[in-house]
Design a protein around this ligand. Structure first.
Ligand SMILES: [Fe+2]
Ligand SMILES: [Fe+2]
Length: 185
């Protein structure tokens, strides 16, 4: 198992949550009721599992190792990935604000949520595609086998330190939302 396999596996779960979010947008668009709790759970998964833990592993561990292997950070593909992580954070922040505004009775809040969530889904889907098909190949080809083993250990340490038990808890929440939304219209 390579460090990029760990990240690719996390991409699978992130994409599952994106498809749940897409289903939720469809429901909101058709005027169906979606519990605020579900929106908050999706947002929390994105913040904790996708951003803090997964993007954290990329930004703090994988990308620096790629840099040490001679791939420049601020020009080229790593720089693009970093910019896209930041862009994603802005959409997530706007989605969180929209949920709060919705709870306070704002009429435009759902529209704001849908617009930012739609942008986030498009951004992340193509971001993940670029990592899976381009960036991670660069990492696999340029990082030595010794460093690859170290990176897997560092990922594990990072996960325990940053989110600990939340990792399992978030996967359980994902599973529950999959059961609820995958089969629904
Ligand atoms: Fe990324
Ligand atoms: Fe990623």
């Amino acid at each position: 198992m390579k460090p990029t396999d760990v990240l690719k596996n996390e991409h699978v779960h992130i994409k599952e949550m994106l498809s749940i979010l897409n289903k939720i947008l469809g429901k909101i668009g058709r005027g169906q009721n979606v519990p605020v709790e579900d929106l908050l759970n999706v947002l929390n998964f994105i913040k904790v599992f996708a951003d803090k833990c997964h993007h954290g592993k990329e930004e703090n561990i994988l990308f620096p190792a790629m840099e040490e292997a001679g791939i420049p950070r601020y020009s080229g593909p790593i720089g693009v990935m970093l910019i896209e992580h930041e862009e994603g954070r802005r959409y997530v922040k706007a989605m969180s604000e929209a949920v709060e505004e919705y709870k306070n009775g704002s009429l435009n809040a759902l529209e704001k949520f849908m617009e930012n969530a739609g942008n986030y889904i498009s951004l992340l889907e193509q971001h993940i595609w670029k990592e899976d098909n381009i960036l991670f190949n660069l990492a696999d080809e340029n990082i030595s086998d010794r460093v690859k083993m170290e990176l897997i250990e560092k990922f594990e340490e990072f996960e325990v330190k940053e989110i600990g038990e939340e990792h399992k808890k978030q996967l359980k929440i994902l599973q529950a939302l999959k059961e609820k939304y995958y089969s629904s219209r």
